[in-house]
Design a protein around this ligand. Structure first.
Ligand SMILES: CCCCCCCCCCCCC/C=C/[C@@H](O)[C@H](CO)NC(=O)CCCCCCCCCCCCCCC
Ligand SMILES: Nc1ncnc2c1ncn2[C@@H]1O[C@H](COP(=O)(O)OP(=O)(O)OP(=O)(O)O)[C@@H](O)[C@H]1O
Ligand SMILES: [Ca+2]
Length: 516
């Protein structure tokens, strides 16, 4: 067999500058060579080397274009021009995992309603340059993308799916793809104990929403061009998905925040103010902060004790995260769930490895990833991991308005939001919440039909006369009607066209203007 050359090297004249270019299997490098001729012994003119060497990883080259066609292509050992017919296929020769055919869903009404413009102006030209073919669907109503993916889409034709929108659109993609995969594999989503089958198609997000929390946490920025480049080069980032059940009935999946109390109430209020755009969250956040409702109930959880990492770690989930790799490996080996008991916790609080905590809570939050976003650059749980098979359960007990404000403010500074007497955080594999007062069927019906029970004030609630008995769960920006839920984490169930955050964002080290 003919031996393949390991290195190709040649000289390239570009705008009167001469470059020495070399290419091996992983790197394309170039270095300028001086145009001024230097006489060396023997009377020959040799260019001498100047400047520093530059390089780009072959896996990050988007496309190769032939600029001028030269008919004389005799093989004299130098680089040859590619014949025209092979330029079509050539871009895919760089790496095997690049997508060739994508199914794209655009939400024209997400965020500031710029989805179509962003896609047409910034993303489509890059896909064309990289010879990616697309089938584009502009959604006509909510859940259009989810239902199309779940039932109609001919997924065999595609190497990935892309959404142009915010976290809500991403959630539609997750629901469509995960449900379709379970149906195709005969898995019953209604069983909370069922191990779900991972999705093979990767999901790309072109950010065009209000929060873009998933994009921030997986890329580090919400920039459509950066996200398009991650799709083109075929990056892959695995992500955990939580399943949410009520009474052995599947409700929803969550990848970022499951929040009861504060974040549930903010969302319920903000849904009625969609016309305000992204500012609705600040308005409803301020209003909810002032109402200062707390909710009574029982939280039970299965601590993740056999894994690397804790929610109080200083290390962060970054590209190629070792903790995600290690814990993902544990999960795939089907290791038994060893539950070591915490010596500071009385035995009475453990039931079959589960811990049980009863109380009055301002907020119960489960963050399966950091939930970093511009409002909180380090996120709700800064040390949470994208793909470690766990979620960080944050319990904020009833406290004064002032203390709750201190806790909220710490999300925007370098100070630890968990280092407060009324806050605790646990890294868990599963959890349940049961409100103190059972929801009646009629109350649930009304909630399911989208009507909030404002008259439902303090029924059977002797403690006060102004606090409702139930909040709602904010499930990645969607309201759940049931207060009693059971949640399980499915390690690395989906994959994104992303590679994780590559470096510390600059804003993480900014001095704190308001340390309280
Ligand atoms: C005083 C400033 C404190 C700022 C504290 C900010 C902490 C913000 C943490 C944000 C976490 C977002 C998690 C992402 C969840 C997404 O799956 C979901 C779908 O997009 N987004 C929301 O539910 C959208 C949720 C949006 C929540 C916004 C909350 C804004 C709180 C403002 C409180 C103001 C108090 C002012 C008192 C003077
Ligand atoms: N054509 C459409 N008309 C109305 N609603 C739609 C349409 N397409 C999608 N949706 C719904 O719009 C909701 C919001 O969309 P999206 O997530 O793109 O933006 P956002 O809510 O502004 O951003 P974020 O989720 O980041 O806060 C989603 O829940 C989605 O189901
Ligand atoms: Ca996780």
């Amino acid at each position: 067999m003919e031996k393949q050359p390991r290195l190709l090297a040649s000289q390239l004249l570009l705008k009167n500058s001469l470059f020495e270019v070399s290419l091996n299997r992983v790197l394309l490098t170039w270095k300028e060579v001086a145009t001024k001729k230097k006489r060396v012994s023997g009377g020959m003119h040799h260019p001498f080397k100047v400047g520093t060497s530059h390089g780009v990883s072959v896996s990050e080259i988007l496309a190769v274009r032939e600029l001028d066609v030269d008919s004389g292509t005799k093989d004299d050992g130098r680089w040859q021009k590619m014949p025209q017919k092979s330029t079509e296929a050539y871009p895919y020769a760089f790496t095997a995992s690049r997508p060739k055919h994508l199914l794209v869903y655009i939400n024209p009404y997400g965020g500031k309603q710029q989805g179509e413009r962003i896609y047409e102006q910034k993303v489509a030209p890059l896909f064309t340059l990289a010879s990616i073919s697309t089938h584009v669907i502009v959604t006509e109503h909510a859940n259009h993308a989810r239902d199309h993916l779940r039932t109609e889409a001919e997924l065999k034709k595609y190497d990935g799916v892309v959404c142009v929108g915010g976290d809500g659109m991403f959630s539609e993609m997750v629901h469509g793809l995960v449900s379709r995969t379970q149906r195709d594999n005969g898995v019953d989503q209604n069983s909370p104990e069922e191990k779900l089958v991972p999705c093979t198609l990767r999901i790309g997000i072109i950010p065009a929403g209000s929060t873009d929390c998933i994009c921030y946490a997986t890329v580090g920025i919400n920039d459509p061009v950066t996200s398009a480049l991650h799709i083109i080069v075929g990056d892959a980032q695995a992500m955990d998905v939580c399943s949410v059940h009520h009474n052995n009935t599947f409700l929803r999946y969550s990848v970022s925040l499951l929040g009861y109390g504060f974040y549930g109430d903010v969302l319920a209020d903000s849904e009625r103010k969609r016309w305000m755009g992204p500012a609705r969250y600040d308005f409803s956040g301020f209003k909810t902060f002032l109402t200062h409702h707390y909710y009574e109930g029982t939280v039970s959880f299965l601590p993740a004790t056999d894994i690397l990492g804790t929610p109080r770690d200083k290390t962060r989930c970054r590209a190629g995260c070792f903790i995600c790799q290690h814990n993902g490996q544990l999960y795939s080996e089907d290791a038994p769930e060893i539950c070591e008991t915490d010596p500071d916790v009385p035995d009475s609080e453990y039931k079959g490895g589960w811990r049980v905590i009863r109380g009055k809570f301002l907020a119960i939050n489960a963050a399966s990833m950091s939930c970093a976003c511009p409002r909180s650059p380090k996120g709700l749980s800064p040390a949470a991991h994208l793909a470690d098979g766990t979620t960080d359960l944050i319990l904020v007990r009833k406290c004064s308005r002032f203390n709750f404000l201190r806790h909220l403010l710490r999300h925007t500074s370098k100070y630890d939001q968990f280092d407060m007497t009324f806050v605790e955080v646990h890294r868990v594999r599963r959890f349940r919440f049961t409100p103190r007062y059972c929801q009646s069927d009629s109350e649930l019906d009304l909630r399911e039909n989208g009507k909030k029970l404002f008259s439902q004030i303090c029924r059977d609630h002797p403690a006060c006369s102004c606090s409702p008995a139930y909040s709602s769960w904010n499930c990645d920006g969607e309201i759940l009607p049931h207060a009693a839920i059971e949640v399980g984490v499915h390690c690395q169930l989906i994959k994104l066209f992303a590679r994780g955050i590559e470096e510390q964002p600059v804003f993480e080290d900014l001095p704190n203007p308001c340390a309280v």
